[in-house]
Write a protein that binds this ligand. Structure first.
Ligand code: GAP
Length: 446
């Protein structure tokens, strides 16, 4: 898929109300995006699919929703205050900054020198690139009315720390035994130096993270288990297998907390990039919180199988990034009966609207029947749209672009035999189904 296709996906996302630029009427806020009516549903469906697989379908993972703001010592203990930094190179002439590792890798097609003519950083005769310097990626703010150093707090750059500091609270209240996990879905914030590629890298984003606490010595085994489970999840969601791959971190790529780590990568139109990370964080985080808080976080096995500080295997996915993968992977342009159509082939589970109901004509009582059907579907908790504007062909196209899997048409025959036509977005096949059976028919396929 070309970069050009990426532009078309971005334009579709805006046109259909998936994603808007934040504060657009003020000229936009850099690298923050607002999810519109379809986008918020898509993102929620991604998070729900994750929650259902990680929490509801298992006995060994509990949910948690920790605060975004935490005690500032958390970030000293976690190493984010000292270690969560990117080395940046600044041009003294134009003041633009680039990540040093991106400069080395030469991956700067979109982020070259801002001066004209457009060249690579340092390419003009009078460019003055400085030495790499470290910048912390955490957003700082103040707790309470007084802006002073004592009240500095940070917006969390990952949800994981909330799970570590609550490890014993969750373990004891849920009476879980190691191995078990804590899952969270929530916002994280990073003052990214080179955000971009639409919603791929943003400064405010949602994470779906799970921390799995295991007995030391079993961590490598669990790391492999979660690596395979997470890849399976993406594939089962319908993401094409040949667009997914593992990338193991070399020693220079490892985060400060990781013993081993790998990314599940997706081939975006702008290249192979991380979609999700799986990390063996050892007992780094728990040991540090124990040291900095002075509170023991040792696990005592209720069946007498020892006491120890667990190791942690983490799975960490960006929800917006997974939504972007669903958009990119599902986007198709094709020709049907001599006409071009754009389709978002989203997994029906992820589709924002599951069914659209159309009256064939705006008369003979067909709109009333269609409205009734829409409301029945909604009562059955199936998000359903209603559209009576324009030809049936145009209505199909509108829904194809939104990723709606099924369109239901109420026509003249409906009045005679209470049946409707359901048209499938991908196969284009049409079947006749009884009015009262539509909700069940859709539920079965979800
Ligand atoms: N707790 C570990 C952790 O945060 P990470 O690899 O830095 O690990 C996990 O982030 C996932 O969060 C990434 O794989 C990506 O999907 C998502 N993510 C990270 N930074 C992001 C950003 N600036 N914008 C959007 N998603 C991001």
């Amino acid at each position: 898929m070309s970069k050009d296709a990426m532009d078309r996906i971005v334009s579709l996302a805006k046109r259909k109300g998936f994603v808007f630029q934040s504060s657009e009427i003020y000229g936009g806020a850099a690298s923050v995006w607002d999810y519109g009516p379809l986008g918020v549903e898509l993102r929620r469906n991604v998070a729900d699919a994750w929650w259902s697989a990680m929490v509801h379908a298992r006995n060994d993972i509990e949910g948690l929703d920790a605060g975004i703001l935490m005690h500032p010592r958390v970030w000293e203990a976690s190493g984010h205050l000292s270690g969560f930094t990117d080395p940046l190179v600044e041009c003294k002439r134009c003041k633009k900054r680039w990540r040093a590792d991106h400069l080395e890798a030469g991956g700067l097609e979109d982020a070259g020198c801002p001066r004209k003519p457009s060249v690579a950083p340092g390419g003009h005769g009078d460019c003055e690139l400085g030495e790499p310097r470290l910048f912390n990626l955490m957003f700082k703010t103040f707790m309470g009315p007084v802006e002073e150093d004592a009240s500095v707090v940070y917006l969390r750059p990952e949800t994981a720390q909330g799970s570590y500091v609550n490890f014993l609270n969750v373990q004891q209240t849920s009476r879980q035994r190691v191995p078990f996990g804590i899952a969270q879905v929530g916002k994280a914030f990073r003052n990214e130096i080179t955000p971009g590629n639409f919603i791929f890298r943003t400064r405010e984003f949602e994470q779906a993270e799970m921390q799995f606490f295991v007995r030391p010595g079993t961590d490598d085994e669990w790391f492999e288990y979660w690596r395979d489970e997470r890849m399976k999840w993406h594939r089962e969601l319908g993401i094409r297998a040949h667009k997914l791959r593992f990338h193991e971190h070399g020693p220079n790529e490892l985060a400060h907390y990781a013993k081993t780590a790998l990314d599940i990568e997706y081939e975006f139109p702008f290249g192979w990039q991380e979609l999700e990370g799986v990390h063996n964080r050892t007992d780094f985080d728990l040991a540090r919180h124990q040291e900095f808080s002075g509170k023991r976080l040792v696990y005592v096995d209720p069946a007498g199988a020892g006491r120890f500080l667990p190791y942690v295997v983490e799975t960490a996915m960006g929800v917006g990034r997974a939504a972007l993968v669903a958009l990119v992977d599902g986007y198709r342009e094709e020709e049907v009966q001599g006409q071009k159509r754009v389709v978002l082939g989203l997994n029906p589970k992820l589709a924002p609207v599951k069914a659209a109901v159309f009256p064939l004509m705006k008369k003979l009582g067909l709109p009333e029947i269609a409205r009734r059907l829409q409301s029945e579907l909604r009562s059955a908790r199936i998000p359903a749209a209603y559209d009576q504007a324009g030809s049936i062909g145009r209505r199909y196209r509108r829904q194809d672009e939104a990723g709606t899997p099924w369109c239901v048409t109420v026509d003249g025959r409906t009045r005679d035999d209470d049946s409707v036509t359901i048209r499938d977005r991908d196969s284009l096949q049409q079947v006749r189904v009884g009015l009262g059976a539509v909700a069940g028919w859709i539920r079965e396929r979800l």
